[in-house]
Each structure stands twice: as C-alpha cells, then as structure tokens.
Design a protein around this ligand. Structure first.
Ligand code: ADP
Ligand code: MG
Length: 520
C-alpha cells in the first residue's frame, strides 16, 4: 500500500493519504496487525480476512491508541476500521482483568451515529466481530421502548452504539454512565452535524474522560467537522482513503441517467426500469412521505415486491421494511431522504430518484446507496419540468455535463436501450416473475415503541406524555425535529409535533401528512 505521511495544508493535521486509489498489499490480513485472535476468527467466519484500504490505514494508528479522523467514501469499510481497534481494547467479562475494572459492566466504548438504522447496522457489525469474545454490544436508539435498553444497561454493557437523543435521555435518567468510556467514535460525523446534533454530541463527549481515544469518521470534511475534531481530539491523524479533490463523491462507479419525465408517466417508467436486465435490490427515493407511500402501493399493485420507508411509519414498520429489503423478501424500497439516511445495504444495483433531489448533497447521498463495496450501480433520476432549475444547480455543482435531461416517456426507445430493458416488457411484473415473498412475509416486531405511528389514537400519546419526564426527547426525534424545521416537504417530524388543532379537533396524522405532501 502506498501511504505517505504528509502535512495536509487544508487542515494542518498530520495526514496519511492513501492516494487516489489506495490498495492493500496482498499478504495483509487482520491477523497481521496483531488483532485479538478471537476477533480475527469471528471476522473470518463472515468471510472478512483481508482489510480494506481504510482499515489497513487505520488499524496501526488506532491500535496504538491515537486519535483518528478517518475519511473514505461510503461502503469502503469504515465500520470495521474503528470497530476492530475499539473491540480489541475492550476488557471482556471472560478476561482475567475484568474483575479489576473500577466499574465492570459500565460501557468502555461509545459509538455515536446519526440514525437509528445506522445504529442497528453498526451494532450488528460490531456484534459479529465480538461474538467470540463475549463482549456485550447494545444499541441505544429512539422509537423503541426504554425498558429493554435500561434492563441491558443494568445487567452490564461493554460497548454502546446509539443515536444522540436517546443516549442523552438515558444519561439524564442515570441509566447510562459514560465515565468509564475509553474509546469514543463519532460515525458519519458530517451527517450528524447536518442533522443538528452538534450540541448533543458535545454533551456526550463532555461526560466521557478526557483521556479517552476519539475516532471520527466522515465521508466529507466540512469546516464544522474539522473544528469539532480540533476541540475534542488530541493530535488526531487525518487518514484519507480517497482522492483529495474527490470529497463526498460516490459517483465514479455509478452509471447515471437523467431523464425529464412527466408526473403521470413516472410509475409506468419505473415499472419498466424495474424490469431491466440485472436489476437487483432497488431504492426509489421520493421527496415526500405521501409520494413514497403512494408509489409503493402502486408498484405493489403491479406485482413488484415493494416496501415503503418513511417517517409516518412506526419504528416497528420501519424495521420490518428494512429487514424485508435486506433479506430479499422485497427487492424494491421506496424511501424518503430522511428515512433513508445511513441505509447501507450491499448489492443495491439501482437507485431511482422518483423526484429530483433537493441539492447535490442529497443527490450524492441517494446515488451512493448503490455502487457500494467496490460494486457498480445504476442511478436514474426523473426530473419534472418544474424541477429543471433544481437539476441545473445539481448538474453544475457536480459537473455532470447533463444540462438538458432528455425528455423521456415509458415508451421511449432510448430508455430501453440505456437501461437494458427488453422491448416486450409491460407496466406489470409477469406472474411468473413474482418470486419474492413480499413485505407481509416479514414479521413486524412489537417494540413497545415510543415514536407513535400514523393513525394511532390520541389517548395513547397523552398516556405517554404523563409517563415520560421529558417527552420532547422520548422519540429521539432531534434529527427529525431539526431536519423538519428546515425541510418541510419531507416532513419527517414525529406525529406528536405535527398534530395541530383545528377548531378544537385534533387533525389526524394522515391529514397532516397530506399537508406536507401537497407542498411538493
Ligand atoms: P462504510 O461505513 O465505509 O460505508 P461499511 O463499514 O458499512 O462501509 O462496509 C461496507 C460493507 O463491506 C459491509 O457489508 C461490510 O461487511 C463489508 N466489509 C467491510 N470490511 C470488509 C473486509 N475487510 N472484507 C470484506 N468485506 C468487508
Ligand atoms: Mg459507515
């Protein structure tokens, strides 16, 4: 691997730069870094033997206990980049030194992530790597009942992975004590600051010992992230496994098609695109919850195994949709941007922007859901006439060279040629091709959720109010709340906040959602 230690002028931090195309020497393995044998074996059980470049660059520095700012594109393996060193340092209950800890059972490591979905994903990945060490990894995030999380913390937890709102709640309630934390990871730091979590993150950091090791990972390095790093990190090394001028870009391995489309014809177009050769898992993005729900319904009617993922669904339904998508019971996920933050599912072959993204960042985030872990992907963006100015800005910012998207219909020949669709396909999936089990085949878990789903009665919510000391945080909604204040079309705020009173009558969530939807 070619790494040189340079002085990064932009941030004047010591930098290890992997160059434009970082590679790993063929004989490198996790074992060769001296990682605990049980972690090496556990990873090998999942076919993970050779570190990815960001991991190979991070491991020696992180295992040495140094602070790290890690920067790499999504899907390149950042989780194990911090996860392996973090787990390697944990004194597990099976270790002789465990009894000598000042407070055994208090978390020794804290991973803060911006979204619930990412908490689950990171927690699962760490759990796999830790399986043979008996290290207890617990996910702490909102929308679920407090009780199981509190019970786990009371029994003893070694690693906590969580979203800021719920973590703060539990520290305030004194169920979570961060004074024994020796490693803190801020994952997707740029997303976290985007979502307005900076005060929460600072508060959490303030409760951990200053002697801690801090690792911050981010696909992009905006000024706010760098200044967070300056304030809370000790002589961090900036490790970059991507080209310097390439920050945030995920598009190189993704084939991009932009079409000007007509609202009435979009579902017809999408039905054809979903029958392209080689089409695997597909994410369709919409700007509003209402459109997400509607498109999912129409595609289901047409025979596609589809699930919706948006903020009007309760946490149980969201997790059901994610599980069904991950395990292939459905192969089409229709999602809003906020709900889809941090979704990292491998093998997504196609991303379809049903509505033009808000800006270039959203475009990169959406398209970056495909082309992960070294694979290629296809991103199709449908641009309405009204959205052309918006597209023009995105095109300019990303220098994509598509100033005038070609007008396209579900019958346009170039659509079939571009995307490798057989000319004979129709707007419905033939019965013989309907082989997936569908969303209903995926169990919906009762999470005792605190983030109420659409359509639930008022009494339940007022009941929750009484029982919760500060219910503004009960649903871990700071992300949704803050996002909601700047981006109303997406309207991912929690129902409680959307409820409005008209002439003394509570307006239902569905009606509130309609209001949000009609703004698009
Ligand atoms: P990022 O956080 O950079 O977006 P992830 O850590 O989620 O990426 O990793 C992306 C995918 O690559 C995951 O499915 C993960 O299991 C897989 N992966 C990570 N490291 C390795 C490795 N060394 N060998 C094989 N697969 C890996
Ligand atoms: Mg990640």
């Amino acid at each position: 691997m070619s790494t040189e230690l340079t002085d990064d002028l932009a941030h004047d931090l010591p930098t290890i730069d992997g160059g434009d195309n970082p590679t790993v020497a063929p004989d490198t393995s996790f074992a060769s870094f001296g990682v605990h044998a049980d972690i090496v074996t556990a990873l090998a059980d999942h076919g993970i033997v050779t570190p990815f470049p960001i991991q190979a660059m991070t491991l020696p520095v992180a295992l040495g206990g140094h602070d790290i700012i890690g920067q790499a594109k999504t899907g390149t393996g950042k989780t194990l980049g911090f996860g392996v060193p973090l787990l390697d340092k944990i004194v597990a209950p099976i270790d002789p030194g465990y009894a000598d800890l000042d407070y055994p059972g208090r978390p020794q490591a804290l991973v803060v992530v911006p979204t619930r979905e990412l908490a689950v994903q990171v927690g699962t990945d760490l759990g796999k790597a830790a399986a043979k060490r008996g290290i207890r990894v617990e996910c702490i995030y909102g929308g679920r009942a407090f009780e199981p999380q509190i019970a786990a913390l009371t029994r003893g937890v070694d690693v906590v992975v969580g979203t800021p709102g719920r973590l703060i709640d539990l520290t305030q309630q004194r169920h979570l004590n961060l004074h024994s934390v020796r490693t803190v990871v801020l994952d997707e730091a740029d997303e976290m600051l985007d979502l307005g979590f900076l005060p929460d993150v600072e508060r959490l950091l303030g409760q951990t010992p200053t002697s801690r090791q801090t690792m911050l990972f981010s696909a992009t390095m905006p000024g706010a992230v760098v200044s967070l790093a300056r304030r809370y990190m000790t002589q961090p090394t900036h490790i970059r496994a991507m080209a310097a001028g390439d920050e945030g870009s995920t598009v190189s391995a993704i084939e991009q098609f932009i079409y000007r489309a007509h609202a009435m014809d979009k579902v017809e177009m999408v039905s054809r695109i979903l029958q392209a050769q080689g089409r695997g898992l597909t994410i369709i993005f919409t700007r509003t919850k209402r459109t997400a729900a509607k498109v999912a319904e129409e595609l289901t009617d047409r025979g596609f195994a589809t699930a919706a993922l948006h903020g009007d669904l309760g946490q149980g339904a969201r997790e059901q949709a994610m599980r069904a998508f991950r395990n292939g019971k459905v192969d089409v996920l229709v999602a809003t941007d906020v709900a889809a933050r941090g979704i990292d599912v491998d093998n997504v072959t196609h991303v379809i922007n049903f509505q033009c993204p808000e800006d270039e960042k959203t475009y990169l985030h959406r398209t970056g859901r495909t082309g992960r872990a070294g694979q290629t992907g296809v991103a199709v963006t449908l641009v309405d006439w009204d959205d052309l100015p918006r597209w023009t800005l995105i095109n300019k910012a990303l220098d994509l060279g598509i100033t005038e998207p070609i007008e396209t219909y579900s019958s346009s020949e170039h659509l079939y040629a571009d995307l490798d669709i057989a000319p004979s396909v129709t707007g419905r999936l033939p019965r013989t091709a309907r082989v997936r089990a569908g969303l209903r085949a995926e169990r919906i878990e009762d999470l005792g959720e605190t983030g109420a789903s659409a359509g639930k009665g008022r009494s339940q919510r007022s009941g929750r109010r009484q029982s919760s000391s500060h219910d503004g945080k009960a649903a871990d909604t700071s992300a949704d709340r803050r996002k909601g204040s700047t981006n109303d079309t997406e309207g991912e705020r929690r129902p409680r906040r959307r409820r409005r009173t008209r002439g003394g009558v509570t307006v239902s969530d569905a009606a509130a959602a309609d209001t949000a939807g009609s703004q698009s």
